[in-house]
Each structure stands twice: as structure tokens, then as C-alpha cells.
Design a protein around this ligand. Structure first.
Ligand SMILES: Cc1cc2nc3c(=O)[nH]c(=O)nc-3n(C[C@H](O)[C@H](O)[C@H](O)COP(=O)(O)OP(=O)(O)OC[C@H]3O[C@@H](n4cnc5c(N)ncnc54)[C@H](O)[C@@H]3O)c2cc1C
Length: 413
């Protein structure tokens, strides 16, 4: 039980963070400042999820993607900061910011990063999910983490638990109502469930018949890259299937994020049939995928059950992600029935759902981050559940909100 002896010896509270993505790493920095003994668990390597879209450019500038604390940490380590108003790629974010922050963390006392260590499940020491309901005794039972690392499985303990494990490990299905389409699971290996790096995957995509599914900014990014590919591989043919009707993107009046506006305009132009080589099919979901002699046979169906059948070589699914709620199943967490995010935050997001611009969001404050389970918080991308509007700037605000709760509590004791 890794941290127990040293932290107990020094009378420090042990804080465990699941996931060394942007928010887990930033939270670790803040928690060390506040005097916690921090263990950061990472299933792969820090920034693993951002690395899957390393080639994609952020639509938010550096100024929104890094914290003042992170900037000061890098400046103290003589790491040069990119200009505030530049837009990094995922790779630049990792190389110029996240990795130097992790290096700084590694030099800090009372910190350990456990890479290639997956948290398999969490609970409370000697308390089942239904035990000690609304009872202050529950908070006195340490969290118990079942983890699998390079040396096998074991149990670790912590006094405070942060779940910042993101959602990218769990892509949504292609079929009706969020179910897998018929044949989708059997042909899972044939489906690209990310924004492809068109340059790196040139041979797999150039000159091929490609089906892109989804109508968010990820799908628009994929469509943008594929239309560029068509400029030198004009035989590439793209079908774009999505479940909305007509033009799916809100073009925000006076959008301060040029990359986002460009993508929205491109998506809507494709939807109007104005981009050659790309066939839009709106108001449909994927019903069935079967292997054909020469590729994949895909049946698209609309709400009236009308079928649209196509043959393609590749399917790219950009249909969003959902959180892994099994990780915290043994804790007292109240999840939203619609988003699978923690209920209070989900309700507050629902109340502000009319706002088309996710940039206009700000954190709804500490109260919405509380769970029935004391000293447990879901932060970062996972805190939004299936809601795709999470931005790093919100996650950075959440860190301060949670620390307000944790330090207030410390003062009360
Ligand atoms: C294509 C794309 C473009 C985006 N562009 C922007 C943008 O322009 N601006 C913006 O603000 N946001 C953007 N986002 C959202 C951005 O990815 C997230 O805001 C950010 O990565 C969330 O950070 P996070 O720390 O919450 O989670 P993640 O980055 O998802 O990190 C979670 C970490 O947890 C680890 N992990 C998962 N499960 C476990 C486990 N059981 N045990 C241990 N470790 C685990 C993972 O390996 C991962 O390293 C974009 C997202 C995508 C996909």
C-alpha cells in the first residue's frame, strides 16, 4: 500500500488521482501546493488520450489550455512558453507543456507517478456501497483502489480520490439509439474510432471509399482532412452519414475561435452538397455492416425505415464517447440518467444547455462537484459524461473549486 507509510508518518492526507491527462497533472500540481501526498495513476503514459489526436490542432488557444500555476512551474524550470494566442496541436501541447509539467512533478517530494498502472476499481475500506449512508464515519474509511501495474495487482489506499480518467477509452457505437449496429462488434477492427492522421494513414485512405459517421467537430475535422487528401488523390470518395437533419453546425456569430468557425462552415457546406467528392446523407444511423467481396456493405436507415445502402473500404466513426462508470460502481455516486456524468453538474449543464457556444461556459462552482461519496470527485472530461462540450478551461476551474472544498473541510476539522 504505497503511500501509506510515508504519508501517515508525516501526517499528510493521501490524495490519489486516476489519470495523468491534462486535468490529472494540473490537479497534482495544485494538491502538492496544498500539502497533500499525491499518487497519480496512469494506465498508459501521461497524456495518453491527447496523444491519440496528436496531429489535430486545438481550437482553443494556449491561453485557455494551461493554468497560471502550470506556466509558473515551467518558467521556474526555464521552459519557454509558446505565445498565449497560438493554437497548439495535440503533440505540441504534450511536448511543450504536459511533459515538462510531469518532469517538474517528478522532482517534487510527496509525489509519485505510477505509469502503466491501471485503476481497476475503487471502494471504501471495510464498507460496501450501501454501508454508512450519510454517516460521517464513511469519510473516515480510506478509499481502497484495486490497481494493476507492472508488478501485478494490488490494493492501495487514499484519503481523497479524484477520477480524471477521461472518456476516450470508450467510444460510442454507430447503431440506432446508441446500440451497436448489426455486425459492428464483429467487424470492430475495421472501424477507425478516432480522427485519423491522414498523412500517416495515407495508403489506407487515399483513393478509397470512406464513410465518415458523426456530426460533431471531430467529424468535421476528419472531413476537412479527407477533402484535403482528395486534392492529390481525387479518386478518394467520401460519404458522410449523420443523424441530424440538414446543416448540423451552429456558426457562431463573431466566433473568436477561427479553427472552429472554419470547421463549422466546411461541415455545413458539405451538408448543402457544395463540396465535390463528398456525399452527405443526413437523418440516418448505421443499421447493419457486413463484409462484402470488395470492402464493407453498410445499410443506413432513416427515421421512417428507408434504407440507403453503400459499399465502402473504410468506416470512420466520430460519434462521441461515454464514461466508464464501472470504475466507481462500488462508491456512492449519483449519476445522471441521461449523461452518465455526476448528477449535480449534469443538472447544471442541462440548465445552461441553450447556449450554443461551449466557450461561454464557466465552472458552476464547488457545490456541483460534490458527490454523496465524501472526498470523491469526478473532474475533467469525465465530469461531463456523454456531454461533448468539455473544455480544458473548465477543468482548470474545477481544480480550484475542489480544492476550495477540500481545504475548507481541512479547516473545519
Ligand atoms: C480531437 C479532440 C480535440 C479537442 N480539442 C480541444 C480544444 O481545442 N480545447 C479544449 O479545451 N479541449 C479540447 N478537447 C477536449 C480535450 O481532450 C480534453 O479537454 C482533455 O484531454 C481532457 O483532459 P482530461 O485530463 O480530463 O482527460 P484525458 O485527456 O482523457 O486523460 C485521461 C487519462 O486517464 C488515463 N486513464 C483512463 N482510465 C484509467 C484508469 N482506469 N487508470 C489509470 N489511468 C486511466 C488515460 O490513459 C488518460 O491519460 C479535444 C478533444 C479531442 C478528442
Amino acid at each position: 500500500m504505497s503511500l501509506k507509510s510515508s504519508a501517515e508518518h508525516q501526517n499528510m492526507r493521501r490524495l490519489a488521482i486516476v489519470g495523468a491527462g491534462p486535468i490529472g497533472v494540473e490537479f497534482a500540481l495544485r494538491a502538492l501546493e496544498e500539502g497533500f501526498a499525491v499518487t497519480l495513476y496512469e494506465a498508459k503514459t501521461p497524456g495518453a488520450h491527447v496523444r491519440t489526436w496528436a496531429h489535430v490542432t486545438f481550437f482553443s488557444p494556449w491561453s485557455l489550455n494551461r493554468s497560471a500555476r502550470g506556466e509558473a512551474t515551467l518558467q521556474a524550470a526555464d521552459v519557454e512558453l509558446a505565445p498565449d494566442d497560438d493554437f497548439p496541436t495535440g503533440e505540441q501541447y504534450i511536448n511543450a507543456y504536459l511533459e515538462p509539467l510531469v518532469d517538474a512533478l517528478k522532482r517534487a517530494p510527496n509525489f509519485q507517478l505510477l505509469e502503466h498502472t491501471r485503476v481497476l476499481g475503487v471502494s471504501r475500506m471495510r464498507a460496501l456501497k450501501g454501508d454508512l449512508l450519510a454517516n460521517p464515519q464513511r469519510a473516515r474509511r480510506p478509499f481502497l483502489l484495486r490497481v494493476a501495474g507492472p508488478d501485478g495487482e494490488r490494493f492501495d489506499e487514499a484519503d481523497v480520490l479524484i477520477d480524471a480518467s477521461g472518456v476516450l477509452d470508450n467510444p460510442n457505437h454507430l447503431g440506432p439509439g446508441g446500440l451497436a449496429a448489426i455486425g459492428e462488434e464483429a467487424l470492430n477492427g475495421e472501424v477507425i474510432r478516432a480522427i485519423p492522421d491522414v498523412e500517416a494513414q495515407h495508403d489506407a485512405l487515399a483513393g478509397k471509399r470512406v464513410l465518415v459517421v458523426g456530426h460533431g467537430h471531430s467529424a468535421a475535422t476528419t472531413l476537412g482532412a479527407l477533402t484535403e487528401l482528395r486534392e492529390h488523390a481525387p479518386q478518394t470518395h467520401i460519404t458522410w452519414a449523420y443523424r441530424a437533419e440538414g446543416e448540423p453546425f451552429a456558426e457562431i456569430e463573431g466566433d473568436t475561435l477561427p479553427q472552429r468557425l472554419r470547421l463549422s462552415r466546411l461541415g455545413n457546406a458539405i451538408a448543402r452538397g457544395e463540396v465535390s467528392g463528398v456525399d452527405p446523407v443526413s437523418g440516418v444511423f448505421v443499421e447493419r455492416i457486413t463484409r462484402a467481396d470488395d470492402g464493407l456493405h453498410v445499410e443506413l436507415a432513416d427515421a421512417q425505415g428507408q434504407k440507403h445502402e453503400i459499399e465502402v473500404d473504410r468506416i470512420i466513426a466520430n460519434v462521441g464517447y461515454h464514461p466508464d462508470t464501472s470504475l466507481t460502481r462500488e462508491l456512492q455516486v449519483h449519476l445522471c440518467y441521461a449523461s452518465d456524468g455526476p448528477m449535480k453538474l449534469a443538472a447544471s449543464l442541462l440548465a445552461s444547455a441553450g447556449n450554443a457556444d461551449c466557450l461561454a461556459q464557466s465552472s458552476a462552482g464547488p457545490e456541483v462537484l460534490k458527490n454523496p461519496e465524501p472526498d470523491f470527485f469526478v473532474l475533467g472530461n469525465k465530469s461531463y459524461g456523454r456531454n461533448p462540450n468539455f473544455l480544458l478551461k473548465i477543468g482548470l476551474e474545477q481544480i480550484d473549486d475542489v480544492m476550495t472544498l477540500l481545504t475548507q473541510k481541512e479547516g473545519d476539522v
